[in-house]
Ligand binder design. Structure first.
Ligand SMILES: Nc1nc2c(c(=O)[nH]1)N[C@H]1C(S)=C(S)[C@@H](COP(=O)(O)OP(=O)(O)OC[C@H]3O[C@@H](n4cnc5c(=O)[nH]c(N)nc54)[C@H](O)[C@@H]3O)O[C@H]1N2
Ligand SMILES: Nc1nc2c(c(=O)[nH]1)N[C@H]1C(S)=C(S)[C@@H](COP(=O)(O)OP(=O)(O)OC[C@H]3O[C@@H](n4cnc5c(=O)[nH]c(N)nc54)[C@H](O)[C@@H]3O)O[C@H]1N2
Ligand code: SF4
Ligand SMILES: [Mo]
Length: 725
């Protein structure tokens, strides 16, 4: 047997941990953490290790599949599949225009350097606004806030964990999620080090999470963050704690912001934030006094009713306490590629340049909220969405209002999924096209370069050849575009090349961007500069500096006045809307929030036996008081009902939940082409979320997936309900 060790990096979540793969006869037999990786230094979580099971999964789709009339799939050749898809898409273009064709790309797409590049080019060539992603269930509020604050949607500050004295974390659980919108592979160590050097980590969360337990827990009400942050700003201004010099130097709109928060003293907001006045005042004072402090928020704050406002206020607090763009505060990561310029030149760095047909939502980086897809499909008239392609996503389990989306997908003329599996969404598809896993493709961490706490760059070759007939997404897109007579060009240079009749590969493009970037070798003019060849020679990657730079704000800002805008009209309006927001409906007394599990990854790793060991079950978590009040015993099945649907799950009664909240992980309730995942049972929690575009957050179209009003009751006949097998 031919055995070799290959070095690569994990592309499941954001730390991008280094991996060593044992390859036996061209097969990825085993995965271990890469001890020589300069940042992850031998760390990898169970998901990364279990990727070998996904890689070799007998349930993987290895050939293009076409749906038969009876709902089963038959194998077809790539030519048959792509020719027919191209023909049908071109017929739609002819009859209804390019705007009848849409694309949804899921979370794993952003871990490939080539997939988003080719996809953007394809959608641009098509001229379709129907571009959707997991972003409206994840980060788009953060991008919208950055557009308002900095004039640049992709300029996202990262918390300088390595140098801060006080980290206030809202709605994030990095000990499980391993960090998001910041790449820090040994995040537990980084957090522990803050405490060890005399600092503090405060975790504001409705659940006493793994991270909250390890540090200081500040219980908050679901959707309470905007109230809390407004009250912190109130105290900072009211008690004269604002860093006036920083405000004057960095921002405009301070006076208007000060006025806007006047009516939000902690004594008033406590009822909505769940944080009592004394605690909020103390936190504001601590933030002002810490010297080096930073506020950081993640999905817990992005999937609420006021997500963009919350993301905005997080940076506002950081700025007003003098902690923006300085060591230990929130800092702006640099990239060895000219990402800012490239995005701008390619017209990709947009917010609100166009509006969606349904709901009139502003685009965020060229995409519309996935929460409107269902209505875009069912609403007649010009611009109706008639064909949908889905790559690396499973919207039926991840987008709000699953039942409505499920029905809407049936009305499509064509649904195509590009995936590793026949997912729940894929089951409904006319074609399922097999994609390579990340072990089967070369890669570069393009969107994560600016998010690395320690500036770092790496390149990997494919570790094993594709199984079966799996293809990389860019190749599939290219094949489709050729057949449709479209030129795929997202980037200026790429477009130019296409016009000249050349179709440069992603690898070629990347090398050119790297070599002509700020750290490039300029084709030999700069010794020791970066090039693909140099990165190939350093498989564990290259650390570029100890820390991301600070003092770069002025250069990075895109507002013409080179100031952070602290009082844009959109935000002042949101604050008014917040103040007028009605309380929750009395018939749904509890609030449903999400949670992530260490051995799950959204909806796609429940088929790996190593992750499902120990009879894992999908369950809801409920506080003992609520359980008693509603007559639900630990381990019993409960029924959770929202205005939009109901699910049944076993209950774990635990005081880690604050009273009045229920937590349910998403991505369960499988019914696709997977053996292990289907057998695990569980329920699709997103049937409880609203399918109504009216219920999406206004400024970024964020799905409302945290803080959903629900009621709970014992499931009708506990013994008779079929328990998860
Ligand atoms: N209720 C609730 N819903 C949520 C969330 C929540 O917290 N609560 N979180 C939201 C968040 S943050 C996210 S990111 C979304 C995720 O939403 P989605 O991206 O729609 O869903 P995933 O489950 O990540 O599905 C990824 C799919 O890509 C496939 N895949 C994996 N690798 C590759 C690859 O390299 N190429 C291709 N072509 N396919 C691949 C997998 O098999 C899987 O089917 O879910 C969102 N939904
Ligand atoms: N093991 C594992 N790791 C993952 C993933 C996974 O599915 N499994 N998914 C990856 C993805 S796609 C992402 S985007 C990241 C997400 O990374 P994180 O955002 O760090 O992950 P979550 O565990 O969802 O943390 C959200 C927290 O917000 C809390 N919360 C809910 N509602 C509110 C609220 O209204 N206010 C506040 N303050 N808190 C609230 C929840 O209790 C939860 O603890 O994780 C990534 N890493
Ligand atoms: S934390 Fe786990 S899944 Fe995420 S990159 Fe590291 S090994 Fe991969
Ligand atoms: Mo995500």
């Amino acid at each position: 047997m031919a055995t070799r060790q290959a070095v690569t990096y994990c592309r499941i979540c954001e730390p991008l941990c280094g991996l060593t793969v044992t390859v036996e006869d061209g097969r990825a037999a085993r995965i271990r953490p890469d001890r020589e990786h300069p940042l992850s230094k031998g760390f990898a979580c169970p998901k990364g290790i279990a990727m070998s099971e996904i890689q070799n999964d007998p349930d993987r789709v290895l050939h293009p599949l076409r749906r038969r009339g009876d709902g089963t799939f038959e194998r077809v050749s790539w030519d048959e599949a792509l020719n027919d898809i191209a023909r049908r898409l071109n017929a739609l273009r002819r009859d209804h225009g390019g705007e009848s064709i849409g694309w949804y790309f899921g979370n794993p797409a952003t871990f490939s350097y080539s997939h988003p590049l080719w996809l953007n080019g394809f959608m641009k060539a098509l001229g379709s606004p129907h571009f959707y992603s997991a972003g409206s269930q994840d980060t788009n509020s953060r991008f919208a806030a950055s557009a308002l604050l900095y004039g640049s949607p992709h300029l996202v500050p990262i918390p300088d964990l390595k140098r801060t004295n006080l980290l206030v974390m809202l709605g994030a659980n990095p000990l499980v999620s391993h960090g998001s919108l910041v790449s820090a592979p040994r995040v537990r160590e980084d957090l522990t080090a803050i405490v060890r050097r005399g600092g503090r980590v405060v975790v504001a969360d409705p659940r006493r999470t793994e991270t909250a337990r390890a540090f200081e827990h500040l219980p908050v009400a679901p959707d309470g963050d905007a109230w809390l942050l407004l009250s912190l700003l109130h105290v900072l201004f009211d008690e004269g704690l604002a860093d006036e010099a920083a405000c004057a130097r960095q921002a405009t709109g301070i006076a208007a912001l000060r006025r806007a928060v006047r009516d939000f003293p902690p004594e008033e907001t406590g009822r909505r934030s769940g944080v009592d006045a004394a605690a909020a005042r103390a936190l504001a004072r601590d933030l002002a006094a810490a010297g080096r402090a930073v506020v950081y928020g993640r999905t817990g704050t992005c999937l609420g009713r006021h997500a963009t406002l919350v993301a905005f206020l997080i940076d506002a607090v950081t700025l007003v306490t003098g902690n923006l763009d300085r060591p230990g505060g929130a800092i702006f990561g640099d990239s060895p590629l000219r990402v800012d310029e490239l995005l701008r030149m390619s017209g990709l760095a947009t917010y609100g340049r166009t509006r969606s047909r349904v709901g009139a939502f502003p685009d965020v980086l060229g995409t519309f909220p996935a929460g409107v897809m269902a209505e875009e499909i069912t609403t007649p008239g010009r611009g109706r969405l008639r064909a949908l392609l889905v790559s690396a996503g499973n919207p039926l389990l991840t987008v709000p209002g699953s039942a409505a989306l499920d029905r809407a997908l049936d009305e499509l003329d064509l649904l195509v999924c590009i995936d590793l599996y026949v997912t729940e969404t894929g089951r409904k598809a006319d074609y399922v096209l097999p994609a390579t896993t990340f072990l089967e493709r070369e890669d570069f961490p393009l969107p994560f370069l600016q998010l690395h706490l320690t500036p770092y760059v790496t390149w990997t070759e494919a570790v094993v050849p594709p199984r079966g007939e799996a293809r990389q997404e860019w190749e599939i897109i290219d094949g489709l575009a050729r057949r449709m007579g479209l030129g795929v060009g997202a980037f200026g240079p790429q477009r130019l090349a296409h016009r000249l009749g050349v179709r440069p590969s992603p690898r070629f493009l990347l090398d050119a961007l790297l070599r002509t970037g700020p750290r490039g070798d300029w084709y030999g003019l700069r010794r020791g500069g970066l090039s693909l060849r140099r990165l190939r020679a350093e498989p564990h990657g290259v650390v570029l500096a100890d820390h991301q730079p600070t003092g770069t704000l002025r250069r990075r800002l895109r507002h013409r006045d080179r100031r952070v805008h602290l009082a844009p009209r959109e935000i002042l309006t949101e604050i008014e809307r917040l103040a007028a927001a009605p309380g929750p409906p009395p018939e749904y007394p509890l609030r449903l929030i999400g949670m992530r599990e260490i051995r799950s990854h959204n909806s796609w790793m429940h088929n790996a036996p190593a992750l499902m060991r120990g009879d894992r079950r999908h369950a809801a978590r409920l506080n003992p008081e609520d359980a008693a009040e509603h007559g639900i015993a630990d381990g019993a099945r409960c029924r959770i009902t929202s205005p939009h649907g109901a699910i049944e799950l076993p209950v774990v009664v635990t005081d880690e939940m604050t009273p009045g909240t229920v937590a349910v992980p998403h991505g369960w309730g499988h019914d696709g082409g997977w053996t292990v995942a289907n057998a695990a049972g569980g329920a699709n929690v997103n049937v409880l979320a609203s399918p109504d575009p009216e219920d999406l957050e206004r400024l970024a179209g964020m799905a409302h997936l945290n803080g959903i009003p629900v009621s709970v009751a014992p499931a009708d006949a506990p013994e008779n309900v079929s328990a998860p097998r």
